[in-house]
Design a protein around this ligand. Structure first.
Ligand code: SF4
Length: 433
C-alpha cells in the first residue's frame, strides 16, 4: 500500500509521517488532575499497544499533575488544550511531548507567538485538530452564499482572505506581520510551491471516483474543514513554525474522506486520522473502520485514533485490528482469530466454540512478549483447513466432532466438547517446540 509522502514530525520518540509505521494513539477519560487514575489507565492502554497518549488539560490542576504523568507514562504524552494559551505554555514547560491546540482559537498572534516559543524551546510539535462539530462559525456552510464564499476562499492558492485579516489585527501586529512576511518569503514561497505540486499531482482512479460520487453538502463541509485547518496553519506559518501534525475529522465518513483528500493535495504535514464521535459498540467500530480503512487504502494517515464511546483500551484494540486487516501493522502479541461464517455444512455449535476460543486466548492477546498467532475456527473439516491454510493452527468441525490442524494439516480428531481444550493444548505444545 503506497503511503503519501509527508514531513516527519516526532512526538517524543515516536516518528510520525515520512513512511514511518502508522502509530496508534488514544485519549484518557480520567480527570487528568487525578494522576494516579490517569496513570492506571495509561498503563492499561500501553499494555494494549497504545503508543501516544493524549490527556485533556482543562485547568491548572491538570497542569500540576502533568510532571508525574509524563515521568511515569512510558509513552509520549500530548496535552489537549482548548482556547487557553497559558495552559498550553504551562503544559509545554511541564514536559509534554506535543500540544493539541488550534492556534486560531487562542486569542490572536501574540498568544500564538508565546505558545510557539514554548514549543520551540521544548522541541515539541503542535497537532492542529479540526473537527466538524467545532468549526468556526463563519465556515459552517449554512447558506448557499456562505458555501460559495468558502469555495472561493478555498480555491485561492495564495494567502486567504482570512490571512489578510490575520495580518492586520492591529497596527502593531501589522508591523510585525510585515516583518514576518519579509523573513518568511522563501518559506512561504516553498510552501506555495508545495501546494502547487500537490494540486497538479495526477489523481488516482479511486480518488477521481470518490470525487464524482460526493454530494454538494459533503463537498462544502470538507472544504470548510480544510479552510479551517489552513487558517490555523497560517498562524503557525507566520511564526515560521512547521513542526505540525493535522487532523480533519467529521462524524460523517464521506466528509472526513473528502477533507483529508483535499488537505493532502495542498499540504505535506502528517495526518492524524479518525472518525470523530463514531459512537459506541459495534456501530462505532464499523464506522471507524470504514473511514480509517478507506483513508489508509488511499495512502492517507500517519497516526490513528479510533474514537469510541467505550473504554479507551477498546479504541487501541480496534485500531490494531484495522491496521492488521490492511496488512499495515501487527503488534507483537497480536492474536488474530479467523472464523468462517458457517453454512449448511456446519454440524457443530461454531458460534459458542469461537466465543470460548476468543475468551480463552484473551490474556495472550494483550501479552506483548507473545509472538503473533493466527488461530482459525472453521465449521467443516472438508473445506475448513484449506480455507484457513494461512492460519498457524485451527480447529474444524465434523459430525459432533472435529479436527485440530496446523498449517492446514490435520493433527488430531476429537469429540465436539473437547475441541476447545484440544486446541489450547496444541497451541501450548506448538509454542514450546
Ligand atoms: S468452512 Fe465449511 S462450514 Fe465454514 S463456511 Fe466454509 S464450507 Fe461452510
Amino acid at each position: 500500500m503506497k503511503r503519501r509522502a509527508t514531513r516527519m514530525v516526532k512526538i517524543g520518540d515516536v516518528p510520525v509521517g515520512a513512511g514511518h509505521p502508522i502509530s496508534v494513539q488514544s485519549m484518557t477519560n480520567t480527570q487528568t488532575s487525578d494522576a494516579k487514575a490517569t496513570l492506571e489507565q495509561i498503563s492499561e492502554l500501553k499494555a494494549a499497544g497504545c503508543e501516544i497518549i493524549r490527556v485533556a488539560v482543562p485547568d491548572r490542576a491538570a497542569v500540576q499533575a502533568l510532571p508525574e504523568i509524563i515521568a511515569e507514562a512510558g509513552i509520549p504524552v500530548v496535552a489537549d488544550i482548548h482556547f487557553n494559551h497559558r495552559l498550553a505554555i504551562a503544559s509545554a514547560r511541564a514536559g509534554v511531548q506535543a500540544l493539541r491546540i488550534n492556534p486560531g482559537n487562542i486569542g490572536g498572534r501574540e498568544k500564538v507567538r508565546q505558545v510557539v516559543k514554548a514549543c520551540q524551546e521544548q522541541g515539541i510539535p503542535i497537532r492542529i485538530g479540526v473537527n466538524s462539530g467545532s468549526l468556526e462559525k463563519d465556515l459552517i456552510p449554512e447558506s448557499s452564499s456562505e458555501s460559495e464564499r468558502i469555495s472561493n476562499e478555498y480555491s485561492e492558492s495564495g494567502p486567504t482572505a482570512h490571512t489578510e485579516t490575520l495580518r492586520s489585527e492591529s497596527p502593531k501586529e501589522n508591523q510585525t506581520a510585515s516583518l514576518a512576511e519579509t523573513h518568511d518569503k522563501p518559506q512561504t514561497a516553498s510552501h506555495i510551491d508545495r501546494q502547487k505540486k500537490h494540486q497538479t499531482a495526477p489523481e488516482t482512479e479511486s480518488t477521481s471516483q470518490m470525487k464524482s460520487q460526493k454530494d454538494p453538502q459533503t463537498n462544502q463541509m470538507a472544504k470548510a474543514l480544510v479552510t479551517s485547518a489552513a487558517r490555523h496553519i497560517e498562524y503557525l506559518d507566520l511564526e515560521n513554525f512547521h513542526n505540525i501534525i493535522v487532523s480533519l475529522k467529521s462524524s460523517s465518513v464521506p466528509e472526513t474522506l473528502e477533507a483529508n483528500r483535499l488537505f493532502a493535495k495542498r499540504f505535506d504535514y502528517p495526518l492524524h486520522i479518525g472518525i470523530t464521535e463514531a459512537g459506541a459498540g459495534r456501530s462505532g467500530e464499523i464506522k471507524s473502520a470504514s473511514g480509517i480503512a478507506a483513508l489508509l487504502s488511499q495512502g492517507l494517515g500517519d497516526t490513528v485514533r479510533v474514537s469510541l464511546t467505550d473504554h479507551p483500551v477498546q479504541e487501541v484494540q480496534v485500531a490494531y485490528k484495522i491496521l492488521a486487516s490492511l496488512g499495515l501493522r501487527r503488534r507483537p502479541g497480536n492474536l488474530e482469530i479467523i472464523s468462517c461464517p458457517t453454512c449448511g455444512r456446519t454440524e457443530i455449535d461454531l458460534e459458542r466454540i469461537a466465543r470460548e476460543v476468543r475468551q480463552a486466548l484473551r490474556e495472550r492477546a494483550s501479552d506483548s512478549e507473545a509472538p503473533p498467532l493466527t488461530v482459525a475456527v472453521m465449521g467443516c473439516a472438508v473445506n475448513g483447513p484449506g480455507e484457513a491454510a494461512r492460519a498457524d493452527i485451527g480447529l474444524a468441525g465434523g459430525k459432533k466432532s472435529g479436527v485440530i490442524f496446523r498449517q492446514g494439516k490435520v493433527v488430531k480428531k476429537v469429540p465436539e466438547e473437547e475441541l476447545v481444550s484440544a486446541l489450547l493444548e496444541e497451541i501450548n505444545k506448538m509454542e514450546c517446540e
